[in-house]
Design a protein around this ligand. Structure first.
Ligand code: AHM
Ligand code: MG
Length: 327
C-alpha cells in the first residue's frame, strides 16, 4: 500500500513549479472542507434549494453556493491565481490586484447537483490554465482550448472522497484519509482500457437523439446476437464526476450527446469546466474524448459557459461512435 501523500507527490513532480503546487494544495485543502460539508448533509443544514438561479437558468442548491464560495475564497488567497470562472458565476471573478499572477482556474464547484439531496456521489471539477498575461482579467482570458490546460482534475464525494489529477503526465488518484487530514495516492497511473462492455447515457432522452447515437446504442442493446456480438451493461449515475470516475477505474463509454430537444443547444455539459478537464484526464489515461466527430480539446471556445456534446472513455468505443458521426 502506497503512502505517498498528495503533498509528497506534488513536491516530487512540481519541484520546479512551486506556484502550481500552491494552487493544487489549496484545491485539495478546500475539497476536504467541501467533503466535510457534504458528509454532514442534513445535520449541517446544507441540503435543499438556495432558491436562486445561475446564469444557465438552473436552480442552485445550497451546496452549489457553499462549495463555490469556499473555492473562490481559498483560491483568491493563494497569491498565484489571477482569476476564476465557475458554473455558478455569470462572469469571471478576477482576483483584485492579482492580474499578473500565473494561473486562471475554472471549476464546477458541485457537479451532479440533482444527487445532492439523495445521498448519491457528487463532485468538484477543476481546470487550470495559464494567465495569458494580457493585462486585465476578463472572460476572454479564459477562452483557451483544452490542449492549453496545465492541470485538471476532480474530487468525487462518494463512499470515499477521491481526488484525481493530471499534470499532463498521466493520471493519479488519491484517497482522502480523514483522520490524517490528507490525500494518499491509491492509484499511480489510471488507465482506461481500449475495449469495454459498459456504457453510460441517459436513456430517457432516446427519442431525441440524432441517428448516429440511435444506431450506436441500438447496436449495444442488441447484445450477443447483434452486430457487436457481445452483451453490454449500462450505468447512469447522473453525476458526471461519478460516471467518469467509474470509466477511469474500469473502462466504459460515457455519453451526453447533443439532441433534438433544442437544436440550438449543442449538448448539456459545459465545455470549459466539465468537458475539457474530463477530456484531459481521459486522454491522459489512454482514452478518447469527442463531442461528435471532433476531439473536445480541439474545440476553440467562444463563451465561458458554452455547452458541448460529450462522448468519452474507452478508445475503441469512442472512436467507433465518432466514425458514425463523421459518416
Ligand atoms: P450540474 O453541473 O448542474 O450538476 O449538471 C451536470 C450533470 C452531470 O453531472 C450529469 O452527467 C448530467 O448533468 C446529468 O443530467 P441528466 O439529469 O439529464 O441525466
Ligand atoms: Mg456540472
Amino acid at each position: 500500500m502506497s503512502t505517498t501523500t498528495l503533498s509528497a507527490y506534488l513536491a516530487q513532480n512540481q519541484a520546479a513549479n512551486p506556484a502550481l503546487t500552491t494552487l493544487l494544495e489549496a484545491i485539495a485543502a478546500v475539497s476536504q472542507d467541501i467533503s466535510a460539508a457534504v458528509h454532514k448533509g442534513a445535520l449541517g443544514g446544507v441540503l435543499g434549494s438556495a432558491e436562486t438561479e445561475n446564469v444557465q437558468g438552473e436552480t442552485q442548491k445550497k451546496l452549489d453556493i457553499i462549495a463555490n464560495d469556499m473555492l473562490l475564497e481559498a483560491l483568491a488567497r493563494t497569491g498565484v491565481v489571477a482569476g476564476m470562472a465557475s458554473e455558478e458565476l455569470d462572469d469571471c471573478s478576477p482576483v483584485p490586484g492579482q492580474a499578473d499572477k500565473p494561473y486562471l482556474v475554472l471549476f464546477d464547484p458541485l457537479d451532479g447537483s440533482s444527487n445532492i439531496d439523495v445521498n448519491v456521489s457528487i463532485g468538484t471539477i477543476f481546470s487550470v490554465l495559464n494567465n495569458p498575461g494580457t493585462g486585465e482579467i476578463t472572460n476572454a482570458s479564459f477562452l483557451q482550448n483544452g490542449r492549453k490546460q496545465v492541470a485538471a482534475g476532480y474530487v468525487v464525494y462518494g463512499p470515499q472522497t477521491s481526488l484525481v489529477l493530471t499534470l499532463g503526465q498521466g493520471v493519479c488518484a488519491f484517497t482522502l484519509d480523514r483522520e490524517a487530514g490528507q490525500y494518499v495516492m491509491t492509484t499511480e497511473s489510471m488507465q482506461v482500457p481500449a475495449d469495454t462492455k459498459e456504457f453510460a447515457i441517459n436513456m430517457s432522452n432516446q427519442r431525441h437523439w440524432y441517428p448516429p447515437v440511435q444506431q450506436y446504442i441500438a447496436e449495444l442493446l442488441a447484445g450477443k446476437t447483434g452486430v457487436r456480438e457481445k452483451d453490454f451493461n449500462m450505468r447512469w449515475i447522473a453525476s458526471m464526476v461519478a460516471d467518469v470516475h467509474r470509466v477511469l477505474t474500469r473502462g466504459g463509454i460515457f455519453m451526453y450527446p447533443k439532441d433534438l430537444r433544442d437544436p440550438n443547444k449543442p449538448g448539456k455539459l459545459r465545455l470549459m469546466y466539465e468537458a475539457n478537464p474530463m477530456s484531459f484526464l481521459i486522454e491522459q489515461a489512454g482514452g478518447q474524448s469527442y463531442d461528435a466527430a471532433t476531439r473536445i480539446m480541439d474545440i476553440e471556445p467562444t463563451d465561458l459557459h458554452q455547452r458541448c456534446a460529450v462522448m468519452l472513455g474507452s478508445a475503441n468505443e469512442v472512436e467507433r461512435v465518432a466514425r458514425y458521426h463523421a459518416g
